[in-house]
Ligand binder design. Structure first.
Ligand code: SAM
Length: 474
């Protein structure tokens, strides 16, 4: 599931460094802390010390797939939890079932940003422009109303596949997966009410846990990232509707990549939105360059480095009252009827689109290079259809008429490795479940259940020395 976040493009310098690496730990890049806007040198020392300390481990629970867990809450995110140690997440079936997402705590400040936007209680059309691997898209899906539609966009194909996997495991059916470049947004002027731009950046905030971030950092990389961000920010602003809100974030501390980017939009009339943060959280309020941003430093906040700012475009939001249905309702025996979906075909796979967004989705399809125009719900099988693997994990799954096969943790791990499961009563099709959550499809072959877990999602790692998750045997 949520694979490691790659950041800005590596400089030729860093590529050379990595090629010649001897396996030694990359040092923190010399001189990087001196130019940060920290109040005094003691703070720089405290930051450098924190960057050599272990990173906290945290997860964000999926409110649509509740399970019991005793762990410290993350104060700014009600579904966030700190764990005492980093367990072997890969071997926890609940991770694969989408019950939680492994995410560092500072980036969960997104919750405060969306709440402050004033868009939390209304149905909105939202875009996550740089979305893979999906940490913030899945968070948005948990925050937005079920009547909203999220377009989760990622330009790189491999990362887009992971994004789709994570969104489908989360299970909310109101998401489209897109593969646009920022330039593709030009035909979509004023299209979205809420845009999240979690920009590719120089990644200083990840120095303590990501050696690749240390290895690739250079002043040139900062310049390069700032130039890319400028293009992305302008594209996002263009695609934002009047009265809409842009949430801009990075995992770096460079003002050029943060407040300077926000200042360019403030010069165009953007309104700065204040976040209601508690002083005890340790988040620094920054007004550099006339912007209003929030900085997380690991010597002050229990999390990694992060920056976030929230800006409103002048004007009033468009009316998003549901449009008249333009397509026939989609009816499938395994799809909850009351959710009112229409069908959208994508390369032979039938996707379920919330009916009220059908016309909008058609309009977005071309420019956004949509690869999944809704929840993949049915794929062809012989002369008929069978449920897509994403359906087994979806909150839109109607389980009332399905045969279910509850799996133990051990059987679930064998299933997730792609193995068939012996059973002398294996007949027909069935839903494999884990702790009551839908996981994947089984096809009976009399003596065993054949496995329909997608090959690309299989566990390939071997057992690790890390502790098991503390909740899996409950
Ligand atoms: N929001 C993600 C999350 O929370 O899981 C992390 C996003 S990561 C910081 C930035 C993403 O932007 C990367 O996946 C990268 O592939 C993508 N990206 C890089 N250049 C881009 C561009 N020019 N246009 C759109 N996306 C880009």
């Amino acid at each position: 599931m949520n694979r490691r976040k790659r950041i800005g493009p590596p400089s030729s310098h860093s590529q050379r460094k990595r090629r010649t690496g001897s396996g030694a730990i990359e040092p923190i890049p010399a001189g990087f802390a001196e130019q940060l806007p920290l109040s005094h040198t003691d703070e720089q020392a405290a930051l450098l010390q924190a960057l050599h300390a272990p990173a906290p481990t945290s997860i964000r629970l999926n409110p649509g797939k509740p399970f019991r867990i005793a762990a410290d809450p993350i104060p700014w995110c009600p579904n966030g939890r700190y764990l005492a140690q980093r367990p072997a997440f890969t071997f926890d079936p609940l991770l694969h079932a989408g019950a939680y997402y492994v995410q560092e705590a500072s980036s969960m400040l997104l919750e405060q940003a969306v709440r402050a936007s004033g868009l939390i209680d209304r149905d909105v059309l939202a875009l996550d422009l740089c979305a893979a691997p999906g940490g913030k898209s899945t968070h948005l899906l948990s925050l937005l109303t079920p009547g909203s539609l999220l377009v989760a966009n990622e330009v790189h194909p491999d990362r887009r596949a992971v994004l789709a996997e994570n969104c489908w495991k989360h299970g909310a059916p109101n998401v489209m997966i897109a593969g646009a470049r920022a330039e593709d947004l030009m035909p979509l002027a004023a299209a979205f009410d809420l845009i999240l731009l979690d920009a590719p950046c120089s990644g200083e905030g990840l120095f303590r846990k990501d050696h690749f971030a240390r290895a690739q950092w250079s002043p040139d990389l900062v310049q390069h990232c700032a130039a890319t961000q400028q293009v992305l920010v302008q594209a996002a602003w263009h695609a934002l509707s009047p009265g809409g809100v842009l949430v801009y974030s990075t995992c770096t501390w460079e003002a050029m990549e943060n407040e300077v980017q926000a200042a360019a939009l403030i010069a165009l009339g953007a309104e700065r939105i204040e976040l209601p943060l508690q002083p005890a959280w340790g988040v620094e309020r920054s007004t550099l360059h006339g912007a209003l941003g929030y900085r997380c430093y690991p010597h002050r906040v229990r999390g990694e480095g992060f920056f976030i700012t929230v800006l409103r475009k002048p004007g009033s939001l468009p009316d998003r009252t549901p449009t008249i249905r333009t397509a026939e309702p989609l009816r499938l025996p395994w799809l909850k009827e009351e959710l009112e979906f229409t069908a959208m075909d994508q390369r032979g796979t039938m996707h379920a689109m919330p009916a009220r967004w059908h016309r909008t989705a058609e309009r977005l399809r071309g420019p956004l290079r949509i690869v999944a125009p809704g929840l993949p719900s049915a794929e062809p099988k012989g002369a008929g259809w069978r449920p897509h693997p994403a359906m087994a994990l979806s909150q839109a799954l109607d389980r009332s008429a399905l045969k279910e096969v509850p799996l133990t943790d051990d059987a679930a791990l064998r299933y997730l490795r792609g193995e068939a499961l012996p059973d002398t009563a294996a007949e027909g099709d069935a839903l494999a479940t884990i702790h009551g959550l839908g996981l994947g499809w089984l096809h009976g072959a009399r003596t065993r259940w054949n496995n329909r877990w997608p090959a690309a999602w299989r566990i390939r790692a071997h057992a690790s020395d890390a502790a098991a998750v503390p909740w899996s045997k409950q």
